[in-house]
Design a protein around this ligand. Structure first.
Ligand SMILES: [Zn+2]
Length: 119
């Protein structure tokens, strides 16, 4: 499934190898590191310099969607106070920041890549 490969950060063309070399480490303030090309099919992840500028907008959208989802769950479903819900949003945002970075880049790559047609 293509959406699963996207969420796992696999190559958009062959869906076999990882886009990212490392997941990054929030505690060490490391951002995830990318591979330049796919180790399986040689797909180039960064099509051109500055290609990932657009991924920032994807990241905003992903983060906003998560904020809204977390807020709705904590305030309206779990019945937590506004302040507690607000803290939940911040905590979740911090926990997910590394994943969001990878996810937004994956989404961006997938938007412009076509899967290789299997012979
Ligand atoms: Zn590949």
């Amino acid at each position: 499934m293509r959406i699963i490969s996207l969420l796992k950060g696999k190559c958009p063309q062959c869906e076999k190898k990882d886009i990212f070399k490392s997941n990054g480490n929030l505690l060490k303030l490391q951002i995830p590191e990318m591979n330049n090309t796919c180790k399986n099919c040689n797909f180039k992840f960064e099509k051109e310099p500055g290609f990932f500028f657009g991924a920032m907008f994807v990241s905003y959208a992903v983060t906003a969607a998560e904020f809204i989802a977390v807020f709705i769950v904590s305030h309206f479903i779990l019945g937590l106070s506004l302040l507690t819900s607000f803290f939940m949003v911040i905590i979740i945002a911090i926990i997910l920041s590394g994943y969001n970075f990878r996810l937004s880049r994956s989404i961006w790559i997938y938007l412009f890549a076509k899967p290789k047609v299997k012979a």
